[in-house]
Each structure stands twice: as structure tokens, then as C-alpha cells.
Design a protein. Structure first.
Length: 401
């Protein structure tokens, strides 16, 4: 039956798939142990402070809780606690939840759509794992903040910028990972409007960011007057028509989570398409360059975080598929993680205080306008999703998202 799913791929992509073995149970155990040890060694510096979004020279600097990425570090701590039961992790994560509560109460750097990235792996996770009421209150306030960015004209959550401004009247593919916060809030509060907004955003996003060949737009603009789709563009990809590697991975995982909460059959077909496109555009070790425009034989930087995100998405969707197809995606995810573990994971704390090397946050090109930082470094979401994928391979995991 596995051949049936490999036949979906080109001969070249299938050969690459066959070349990489799956991560073994012993390797998962070793990778988890190393990751938890690394995280614990960082707690003295990163309990009352947070890790910057990306490392510099391999090492994260401490920052206040002001970036869109700080929830990932807290999420790593919770995953380490869940795996080990070590109370030192729980104590640190609870301190950080208090900080997140203060942040949303005082509206500190929350005028954007990334409430899910901030509050799901930190506060929702804390509520699910230990019943943190502070985490629950903070996450519901964050959900309220997220729906405040919903644009009725167009039916989407505006990513950033001044509300209604034509130059900012857009969604971005990343937000597929923010809307699970709204599904959680609907369940916890009994108020369906959270889920209704999530449904409308997901529908609008998937109807517009997925191209005919199942590559993806990073951002998509709408007409401010009519709400009609206007045009797609990139912010962090190589060029407008290319497929930014992390964006494609958000599409894989985001579509899987969308199916989790809506059970709309069409989302499975979208998942299959974006996953196949991703797999067709990988180099020999199955860890992509920062944009899927590049496949091999060049000096472009990698984005290891994309592989971890894609692995999480495939492991999520495998829960809802028939056994043979589910096995294909689980094996694929285990191959991605094998390559990351062997070739990208930090092995020596003297090398880095992160978990996974060779990620790309924002790489400037002749065709985009993004800033150039966090290139060929660790980044916080790459470390978090590496841990999450390990947890998903380790057990039948109760997701934070």
C-alpha cells in the first residue's frame, strides 16, 4: 500500500523519500533527553526573561515579553515538563504565564494577529496540563484581542498594521496556527462567535492562499470596499510567485488543524495537495531551503523549522485518515525528524543554547522587502515544533493547539 502513496510523487521525490530512514524510538528518547537537558540549563537566564526570536552566533539573547514569538519558549518548557514531570519546568512556565497575563491585560505589543502563537503554547498549554486559571483567563483575553482584528468586509482576520488601511488589508498564511485559540475559547466559554470567526477566516484563507498547483501565497490582499480577493504577494519568500518554505509548512499544519476543528472533507484534499507540493520541492536530506524555489546544488540557507512544522502537520492529519495513508504521512514525518536529529539538532551546548540549527527567520532577496536577520541560526518556533514533533512521535499527544 505504501507504493500507492509514493506513486503520487515524482520518481525523484520518491527516491529521496526512500533514501532517508525513519527516526527510531531510541533516537526519539535520546533527542528528548538532550532537548530537555538543554532547556533546563537555560532556565536561570530564561525564566523571568524570554528567548529572542532567533539566535545570534548560535545563542539566544534574553528579552522582555514583547515579541510575537515568546510563547514558543514557554511551550518548550511545558513540553519538557510533560515529558519529564520535573517540577522545575512547571515552576518556570507558571512564572511565564503570569507575565503573559500581565501582557494581555496591559495590551503590551498585541496589536497583531499572533495571539495564538503567543497564548496557545504558553497559557492554553498550562491550562490543559495543570489547570492554570491564570492561563485560562489570559488566553480568553488573547482570543478577544484576536477577534478584534476580524474584518467583516472580506471575512478574515487582518494580520497586522492599521485596521482597514489598504496597504495592510490582508491575511497571511501563518494565521492558520493562530485560529485554534478561537476554537478553544469557544469551547471553554460556551460562546460560539469565537469559532464562527475562526471558521470564516479559515475558509477565506484556504480559498485564496492556495494556488492551483497547491503552492501557497504568504500574504493575500482584499479590496477594502467590497472584500473581494485582490492579489497575493510575499513578504518573506524569495519572490511573489515562489513558495516560501515556512509558509508552505504553515499550510500543511494549518489545514490539518482546520480539519480537526471543522471536519470539512475538502480540507483533506487541500492538505494532500500542499503536502505533495512540499515533498516535491525538497533537497536530498528532506529539509528545505528557505524557499521551495531552491532544491539542491546552491548556497541558499536552509529553514530547518519548516521541516518540523510540516512533520507536526502530517502527524496531526494522520489521526483522521485511513490506516495506509496515515502510515505514509507518519513515516514521512519520522523521516523529516530523523534528518533533523542527525544533521541539524544541537549536539553540544557550547555550540548553541538552542535546539535546532540552520533555520531562517527572514532572508532578504532582490524581490522581497523583508529584513535580513536570523538566517542560518536557531529560531524559537523551530525549537518548539521540533519538540512538539518528538512528542507526537513519542505518544498519542493531547495537542495544545
Amino acid at each position: 500500500m505504501m507504493k500507492e502513496y509514493l506513486d503520487m510523487l515524482s520518481k525523484e521525490a520518491a527516491a529521496k523519500w526512500n533514501k532517508i530512514p525513519e527516526m527510531t524510538a531510541e533516537e526519539i528518547k535520546t533527542a528528548f533527553a538532550k532537548s530537555c537537558s538543554q532547556i533546563k540549563s537555560c532556565l536561570p537566564e530564561f525564566t523571568h526573561k524570554f528567548q529572542n526570536a532567533y539566535s545570534e552566533g548560535g545563542f539566544y539573547k534574553p528579552i522582555d515579553n514583547v515579541d510575537w514569538t515568546t510563547g514558543f519558549w514557554t511551550g518548550e518548557i511545558w513540553l519538557a515538563y510533560e515529558y519529564t514531570g520535573d517540577e522545575a519546568f512547571r515552576d518556570a512556565a507558571e512564572i511565564q504565564i503570569d507575565d503573559f497575563y500581565k501582557r494581555i491585560q496591559n495590551k503590551i505589543a498585541v496589536d497583531h494577529h499572533d495571539m495564538g502563537f503567543l497564548y496557545t503554547p504558553s497559557c492554553v498549554a498550562g491550562y490543559k496540563l495543570i489547570g492554570s486559571e491564570t492561563g485560562k483567563r489570559a488566553a480568553i483575553l488573547a482570543a478577544d484581542q484576536l477577534i478584534s482584528r476580524f474584518q467583516e468586509t472580506g471575512g478574515f482576520i487582518q494580520a497586522w498594521g492599521r485596521m482597514g488601511a489598504p496597504e495592510d488589508y490582508r491575511l497571511i498564511i501563518d494565521c492558520l496556527l493562530n485560529v485554534p485559540l478561537l476554537y478553544w475559547a469557544a469551547k471553554e466559554t460556551g460562546k460560539p462567535h469565537y469559532a464562527e470567526i475562526a471558521d470564516r477566516h479559515v475558509h477565506t484563507a484556504l480559498a485564496n492562499v492556495i494556488r492551483e498547483d497547491f503552492s501557497t501565497w504568504h500574504t493575500f490582499f482584499f479590496d477594502t470596499r467590497t472584500g473581494a480577493p485582490d492579489h497575493g504577494a510575499t513578504c518573506q519568500g524569495y519572490r511573489d510567485g515562489s513558495a516560501w518554505a515556512r509558509g508552505q509548512a504553515w499550510g500543511i499544519y494549518g489545514t490539518a488543524l482546520a480539519y480537526r476543528y471543522t471536519k470539512r472533507p475538502g480540507y483533506i484534499d487541500i492538505f494532500r495537495g500542499v503536502s505533495r507540493y512540499y515533498m516535491e520541492h525538497l533537497p536530498e536530506d528532506l529539509v528545505p531551503y528557505w524557499d521551495l524555489e531552491f532544491m539542491s546544488g546552491n548556497e541558499q540557507p536552509r529553514d530547518s523549522s519548516s521541516a518540523s512544522i510540516a512533520a507536526c502537520g502530517m502527524l496531526e492529519m494522520a489521526n483522521y485518515l485511513e490506516s495506509a495513508e496515515a502510515d505514509f504521512y507518519r513515516k514521512t514525518a519520522a523521516k523529516y525528524m530523523k534528518s533533523l536529529y542527525q544533521n541539524y539538532a544541537v549536539k553540544d551546548p557550547k555550540e548553541s543554547n538552542g535546539l535546532v540549527l540552520h533555520s531562517t527567520y527572514s532572508n532578504h532577496s532582490p524581490y522581497n522587502t523583508c529584513n535580513h536577520y536570523g538566517v542560518d541560526e536557531c529560531n524559537s518556533w523551530g525549537d518548539y515544533f521540533y519538540m512538539e514533533a518528538l512528542m507526537r512521535l513519542h505518544k498519542d499527544w493531547e495537542v495544545y493547539w
